[in-house]
Design a protein around this ligand. Sequence first.
Ligand code: DX5
Ligand code: ZN
Length: 216
Amino acid sequence: MALVAPSLLAADFGRLFEQIALVENASADWLHFDIMDGHFVPNLSYGADLVRQMRPISKLFFDVHLMVEEPLNFLPMFENCGADQITVHYEASADLSAVVKWLKARGIKVGISLKPQTSADVLAPYMDDIDNILIMTVEPGFGGQKFMADMLPKIRRARELIGNRNITLEVDGGINAETAALCTANGANVLVAGSAVFKAENPAQIIQQLQLSGER
Ligand code: DX5
Ligand code: ZN
């Protein structure tokens, strides 16, 4: 079974509580929050307060994806926001060790994300410090883009680097039933899906389908 992380970016913001309850009742595994600063990516979304306000209404694992330049400057805003995991971008951070230290000191799981042009091998020095690897399968910034199939070898390489460590391998961008199967076949075990879930007529069915795409 793959874990499924619906991305709130594609939800109807006027009915956020309802939308979260919908995916929670449909047995989603994680809830994915895309935080954008308008610099690291050419788009704005929402900030730590949204995460904090959703915490009391959901028991889901809160998976926060920070698409911000120099995450160390933003992390204090995320103190006690209820995030279970915070994933920062390798390309955005001058001092990843400091980020790891900050998160670990607060019992928050640590993830590193890679943009499409960044090689998986940059992760090698951090493998003993992290809980999650997030491979972007589109250029970060917007939902609803087309999956980049040329990311599959990178997913496979990340899986090799993980070896027998307890690190999740998450993919994000253009994930649907078809592309999910390609990702899990190459070693991914967490699937972020925005449009595929929230724009679907039957989100519960898609969530289940994505979870089963881990079965072969
Ligand atoms: C893009 C975000 C994604 C986005 C995925 O920068 O990181 O999480 O919401 O959306 P879909 O699944 O629609 O490609
Ligand atoms: Zn994301």
